[in-house]
Write a protein that binds this ligand. Structure first.
Ligand code: SAM
Length: 278
């Protein structure tokens, strides 16, 4: 891959998934234990995301949706407030603490149209039968797993033929990933423990972003061509790939600048829409 940072190359993939789960158990995605605070934070930081989630809701209608790496279920709650009443939502994540938090969020809210099912699972070894789901969604996950290729082929297996997958992964050369990779290299070179007090101080604006950049076991990013190749090799037609999100601190500028991420090709993520061949 273009830029690959794995904190210990000697680990077996399953150990890496265990360490990944331990990281997200300690720092569930976006922080903010309460769902209402978390949603407010998230959609200020990533204002482009609700538009995509609406498209996913429209595409799913009353069908079945699977989310790979649902974290604390923030997007799950957003879509379950909007899906058709006969739709089904399943979210899986390898972090038991995140799944626990996602379940708590759905128990706390009374305005869900669909009751989400949150399960502990590994995106590289899905516990579902072939061709079970109408729509697949994954945000910010597959660049953290040992083999994105295995995860994509699992995604392809469980999706019904002709149905779409919406997958968001880190983009090579973006400000966030370039900074993260420099910081990770320095941290490893000087072999000093990370200063978590700074991450804590700024978590109100940055959520878990600083900790993720520095400490997450696997952090990869991809070029457009790599994305196309990986999806095609897994059996998908790639319909659209566009940059999204500047991942700037949550100080209100993201909404104003979000079009730059797309139009100037400088987003932190690739937002990929693909389809399993009919
Ligand atoms: C950046 S968080 C994103 C969570 C959620 N999609 C969101 O945007 O709020 C990455 C998530 O991927 C999960 N994850 C990473 N590797 C995984 C794997 N192999 N199987 C299942 N979940 C995984 C982590 O536990 C973590 O919750």
């Amino acid at each position: 891959m273009d830029t690959e940072t794995v904190s210990s190359q000697s680990c077996f993939p399953r150990d890496l998934v265990r360490r990944t789960a331990a990281f997200w158990d300690a720092h569930p995605c976006d922080g903010y234990p309460h769902i209402v605070d978390r949603m407010r934070f998230r959609y200020h930081k990533e204002p482009w995301l609700p538009q995509l989630l609406h498209k996913i809701v429209e595409t799913t209608k009353n069908g079945s949706m699977l989310e790979l790496g649902c974290g604390q279920g923030t997007d799950a709650i957003y879509v379950c407030q909007r899906l058709g009443r006969d739709a089904r939502y399943t979210g899986i994540d390898c972090s038991p603490a995140s799944i626990e938090s996602a379940r708590r969020a759905s128990d706390e809210l009374s305005n869900l149209r669909v009751e989400p099912q949150f399960l502990i699972g590994d995106v590289e070894s899905l516990q579902f039968d072939d061709s079970m789901f109408d729509v697949l969604y994954s945000m910010g996950v597959l660049h953290h797993t040992p083999s994105i290729e295995t995860a994509l082929s699992e995604a392809h297996r469980v999706l019904k033929p002709g149905r779409p997958a919406f997958v968001i992964v880190y983009r090579s050369g973006s400000l966030k990933l370039t900074t993260a990779n420099v910081v990770r290299k320095i941290a490893r070179t000087v072999k000093r423990p990370t200063d978590h007090s700074a991450a804590r101080r700024y978590s109100r604006w940055l959520g878990t972003m600083v900790r993720e950049c520095v400490d997450v076991p696997i952090l990869r990013c991809y070029r457009r061509k790599q994305i196309t190749t990986m999806f095609r090799l897994s059996g998908f037609d790639v319909l659209n790939i566009q940059p999204a999100g500047l991942s700037l601190p949550n100080i209100g500028v993201n909404r104003i600048l979000e079009h730059l991420a797309r139009d100037l090709n400088i987003g932190s993520y690739w937002c990929v829409e693909a389809r399993k061949k009919p």
